[in-house]
Write a protein that binds this ligand. Structure first.
Ligand SMILES: O=C([O-])C(=O)C[C@H](O)[C@@H](O)C(=O)[O-]
Ligand SMILES: [Mg+2]
Length: 424
């Protein structure tokens, strides 16, 4: 029987998801962060799920794109990207704008479009997989591993309401947090979000982790907050314990200088976040590992393309993560399963998210997420949970609809502004 996979409906549901008070160089996470859940429905009644950033500038691009999808085949992914190219981005959304204090790298109209289209691509792949009885990884060429490894994403943090983690503001607190991550999820590699305290305090925290977990892969990521000189000092202090240093300094020339002088591998989710940025960064030797974020790279197939380019240049590849729910974790896991040259544990914020829109949360076993062989992404939407989180979004007066870590910080530190870089 031939199935009718024409898209007949696209539903967009913005939500606000609880997030603990995690610190980064820009400020602190809001108590609620915006996400967007996309559902694509086909004529034969199959529904596909996708998820992406939910801030206003993304939401305003989703409606025109959704309208263009109705009547297309769910398998027409190339057509989907063509349609996304036509979506007009208001210049004020990109001119002189930094995304979340610059944490996500350059802000361009294309990147905004790709962050939106990625959710539609994932939803179409989910629907197509369900219709064909195939997992998404099969649509992407097949899995090369049965489980995908993730790292514990450690943060300096304050204590929050309904938060079982407690504060972590010094080396002992970070080690305690790392122990909780290993006990709860079995992670064996650790990334510390830095750029929060003066570098010597963060060096001490990484050394404390190295002493507590000898031989385990460690990373430190100050989101470009350091000068070249500071980066070189930190690299020298930590060279024997780091798997890589992530975005120590801002911009390709600074990263290239740190890489050349330190010899410590550098990873990035800031200076290479678009295909256009690859050539300069790779030819200058600025990065040794690119952390793909399938949202802003434009989906799962673009992530595979990025991985192929990295392989051609002898550059490693892994995955970046922002606050996200289970749909995105399932999508990350499906694509990561297909990338032969993925040799570093991927980042995921998921353990920090106490809420989800799925009937069953995804689980980490030994720090890994099993690659689902169920049709599509292998996840199911819990409509009550979705409605609850959407109602929170509707009830919000605008305070949390756009993630702003500096504004969240000002609630307790009224004079806070996003620090200029280099901060140290
Ligand atoms: O690896 C990274 O740079 C990030 O995950 C950026 C994020 O925005 C992270 O710093 C955060 O959520 O605080
Ligand atoms: Mg990073």
């Amino acid at each position: 029987m031939t199935r009718d996979l024409t898209i007949t409906d696209v539903t967009l549901t913005p939500i606000l998801v609880a997030d603990p008070p995690l610190l980064n160089t820009a400020g602190i996470h809001q108590p609620y962060t915006p996400r967007l859940i996309v559902e694509v429905v086909t004529a034969d009644g199959t529904t596909g799920l996708g998820e992406t950033y939910g801030d206003t500038k993304y939401l305003e691009l989703t409606r025109p794109l959704a309208e263009q999808l109705v009547g297309r085949q769910v398998s027409d992914l190339n057509g989907l990207f063509g349609a996304a190219d036509e979506v007009v981005v208001d210049a004020s959304r990109v001119t002189g704008q930094a995304d979340v204090g610059g944490l996500r790298g350059v802000q361009t109209a294309d990147k905004l479009r790709l962050s939106v289209v990625s959710a539609f691509e994932v939803a179409c792949l989910d629907a197509l997989g369900k219709a064909l009885g195939l997992p998404v990884h099969a649509l992407l060429g097949g899995k090369v591993r049965d489980a995908v490894e993730y790292s514990a994403y450690l943060f300096y943090k304050r204590s929050g309401e309904n938060d079982t983690w407690g504060a972590a503001l010094d080396p002992a607190g970070i080690v305690e947090q790392a122990r909780a991550f290993t006990e709860r999820y079995g992670f064996t590699s650790f990334k510390l979000k830095g750029g929060v305290f003066p570098p010597d305090q963060e060096v001490a925290a990484v050394k404390a982790l190295a002493a507590a977990f000898p031989g385990h892969p460690l990373r430190l990521d100050p989101n470009g907050a350091w000068s070249v000189e500071t980066s070189l000092k930190v690299a020298e202090e930590l060279r024997d314990v780091l798997e890589y240093l992530e975005d120590p300094a801002t911009g390709v020339p600074a990263m290239a200088e740190v890489a050349a002088k330190s010899g410590v591998p550098l990873a990035t989710n800031m200076c290479v976040t678009t295909f256009d940025e690859i050539k300069e960064a790779f030819t200058q030797g600025a990065v040794q590992v690119v952390l793909s974020d399938h949202h802003y790279w434009g989906g799962l197939r673009n992530t595979q393309q990025l991985a192929s380019i990295c392989r051609a240049f002898g550059v490693g590849v892994s995955m970046h993560s922002n606050t996200h729910l289970g749909i995105s974790l399932a999508a990350m896991t499906q694509v990561a399963a297909t990338v032969p040259n993925l040799h570093h544990a991927c980042d995921s914020h998921y353990p920090w998210q106490s809420e989800d829109v799925l009937t069953e949360r995804l689980t980490f076993d030994g720090g890994k997420v099993a690659v689902s062989d169920a049709p599509g992404l292998g996840v199911a939407l819990d409509r009550e949970k979705l409605a609850f989180l959407h109602q929170r979004w509707l009830d919000d007066d605008g305070t949390y609809k756009d993630r702003d870590d500096a504004a969240a910080m000002r609630l307790t530190d009224p004079h806070w502004t996003t620090p200029a870089v280099p901060r140290w």
